[in-house]
Design a protein. Structure first.
Length: 609
């Protein structure tokens, strides 16, 4: 047995490891244990079947069995996870193999540095010796998808219905009924975004203090009532007041839910689920189009406009979802019992152990704060001045700005070029559906190829030729179906939003930073909406030549911003690599014990890009 300095990678963290064990062919292999007798899975497979029956008789998977000499526990090979369903074909995937990944918890010294504090809400389920199989882990993930992710997507659909139904109302003479202009519409969008922006961080801090399981349902109930009261709009002033209130009440919802989901999922799992999360938003737009088609036919009922019934009915739908959220959002993986969730909760003790330990083995920082622990002003300031996350914030500010004006004005443009109210609401559906397909494809591609920056860049390259077309041709003078096709193809661009939200979460590297950075990133996205809402102006209508030149420049600038972001994170990782690899094994352990560096400022942390 040779003792050398070695390291394995767990998520974004380089872990110092010291011992080497022999494989059957005599080659040396890194082991995440100090005990020289500790085998990894391949070396233990001969003994595995011997302990399977006894372990399962005690109510545990065979993965929990002690192996060999009774002192050592099996581990999966690093990066052995089959992340996607198509990788789990017969012969390539064995559900009975150990799924427990090597981590800092396998070394007694680093275990003490990374052990969850006793105040963490899931600390009673932490067990560095816990082992489980891929079959067990994948079953637990599917259960989380059904119990947690599905309802999160439904809540997001409710949000999207209430914040986007204004677009459908435009097709029903909304502006004319309230004696407003398109500039008033732009101001309303700006007011909404500003209120949303101002509420984003305070709302996130409240959610961190009282818990998202309480704050998110409260938000939904209150904003649904305001949304329904738009039935009584009388003019410009009441319109602007309602937009401001809706923005204030909806602000923070998205980062709160994203932080909440991070309690249940690994990083790559979260990125993929966020793809489906925004798919729910797009699906809500599709559903909203069909609902609007039906509800707007109520124009004349009780002498009221169709758009009034649209606001009322969709607001009441959100109210129902908000009330259900009080009973269907557990506070943590280990606290799922409740009135509608059952006395025993959703997960068994075994499943809770798997959820908690698999999350911490990938990212020990997720135990750094209790889920109802408030952020102090000092911690808030530390997060806000984290310049290593600024490149992602800048991308959030600019990446979808070139496409947003076309999206905001799609219904008005379709009416202008000759489509009627009801056909207009149906013609917006194809772009929403195709946008879902391309967004999911892009999100999967980012995780399959493990490349975030260049994958995210594809959305800009997709949009560029269509934006050039808008600068060359006047949509009001060409065939209306060709104009619709160009706008539809532009708007079905593959959005990098799910990738960048997950990217931001990975590079934050602790709960405190993740809480604040999620809000700041979403604030950047909302700010981009404010910018985009004022690109197409009344004095530029209906051709919007000046506005189209602006979006063309922004699209080109975005391409260079992605390249600059890639260069920044590569450079930062190389800086740390030189310092970390220049340290001896003992120096690394002294650093882990004594450092005051936190989150992504730790030397062993590597940024994803």
């Amino acid at each position: 047995m040779m003792e050398e300095s070695a390291a394995i990678s767990s998520s974004n963290v380089e872990i110092p490891m010291r011992n080497m064990s022999k494989t059957r062919d005599g080659q040396e292999r890194t082991s995440p244990f100090r005990d020289s007798a500790s085998p990894i899975l391949d070396d233990a497979s001969d003994n595995y079947d011997t302990f399977r029956d006894g372990a399962e008789a005690d109510g545990y998977s065979a993965a929990s069995a002690l192996l060999g000499d009774g002192k050592s526990l099996a581990l999966a090979l690093p990066n052995s996870e089959k992340r996607f369903w198509f990788q789990r074909s017969h012969g390539l995937y064995d559900p009975e193999q150990i799924a427990t990944q090597p981590s800092v918890f396998d070394d007694p010294e680093t275990l003490q540095e990374y052990r969850p504090p006793p105040t963490w809400e899931n600390a009673h389920r932490f067990d560095p010796s816990a082992r489980w199989t891929w079959g067990e882990e994948n079953a637990v993930v599917r259960k989380i998808d059904f119990r947690i992710m599905l309802f999160a997507a439904i809540m997001f659909m409710a949000l999207e219905l209430d914040r986007s139904n204004l677009n459908q109302a435009l097709a029903d003479n909304f502006l004319e009924d309230l004696q407003m202009t398109t500039n008033d519409y732009n101001i309303g969008n700006t007011v909404f975004k500003l209120a949303f922006l101002c509420a984003e961080l305070p709302s996130q801090l409240v959610a961190k203090w009282v818990g998202p399981d309480i704050w998110v349902p409260t938000q939904m109930v209150v904003w649904s009532l305001v949304g329904s009261l738009q039935f009584f709009l009388r003019g410009r002033s009441s319109f602007l007041w309602c937009r401001a209130l809706l923005g204030m009440l909806q602000g923070g919802f998205i980062p709160e839910v994203i932080l909440y989901l991070s309690y249940f999922y690994k990083h790559h799992e979260l990125s993929l689920r966020l793809g489906f999360f925004w798919t729910a938003s797009a699906f809500a737009d599709v559903l909203g189009g069909f609902l609007a088609f039906g509800i707007l036919h109520l124009r004349g009922v009780d002498n009221k406009a169709g758009w009034r019934w649209l606001f009322l009915i969709e607001g009441l739908l959100t109210l129902v979802v908000g009330l259900l959220a009080f009973f269907l959002m557990p506070s943590s993986p280990t606290s799922t019992s409740g009135w509608l969730r059952g006395h025993k909760g959703w997960f068994t003790k075994r499943e809770e152990s798997i959820i908690v330990n698999r999350i911490l083995r990938e990212d020990p920082s997720k135990s750094s704060m209790h889920n109802r622990e408030a952020l102090t002003p000092k911690l808030l300031w530390q997060s806000m001045k984290d310049y290593d996350l600024w490149p992602i914030y800048i991308l959030g500010l600019t990446f979808q700005t070139p496409m947003t004006p076309t999206n905001n004005y799609l219904t008005l443009t379709l009416r202008t070029i000759g489509f009627d109210t009801f056909k207009t609401n149906l013609l917006i559906v194809p772009s929403k559906v195709l946008h879902v397909v391309t967004m999911l494809g892009l999100t999967y591609a980012a995780e399959i190829f493990r490349e975030l920056t260049f994958t995210s860049l594809i959305g800009q390259l997709w949009a560029l030729p269509f934006i050039v077309f808008l600068n060359v041709y006047d949509l009001t003078e060409i065939n209306k179906w060709l104009a619709w096709t160009i706008m539809t193809l532009l708007l079905c661009y593959p959005s990098a939003h799910p990738i960048q939200v997950g990217w931001n979460s990975r590079n934050a590297n602790n709960v405190r930073a993740r809480t604040v950075s999620a809000a700041i990133y979403n604030m950047s996205v909302q700010t981009s909406g404010i910018i985009a809402a004022n690109i197409y102006r009344e004095d530029d209508a209906p051709k919007y030549k000046r506005g189209n030149r602006v979006v063309l420049v922004l699209c080109i600038v975005n391409i260079f911003l992605y390249l600059a972001t890639k260069a920044w994170y590569v450079w930062r990782n190389r800086q740390r690599q030189r310092v970390w690899h220049g340290m001896s094994e003992e120096e690394k352990l002294r650093y882990l014990r004594g450092t005051k560096d936190d989150g992504n400022k730790r030397l062993e942390f590597r940024f994803t890009h």
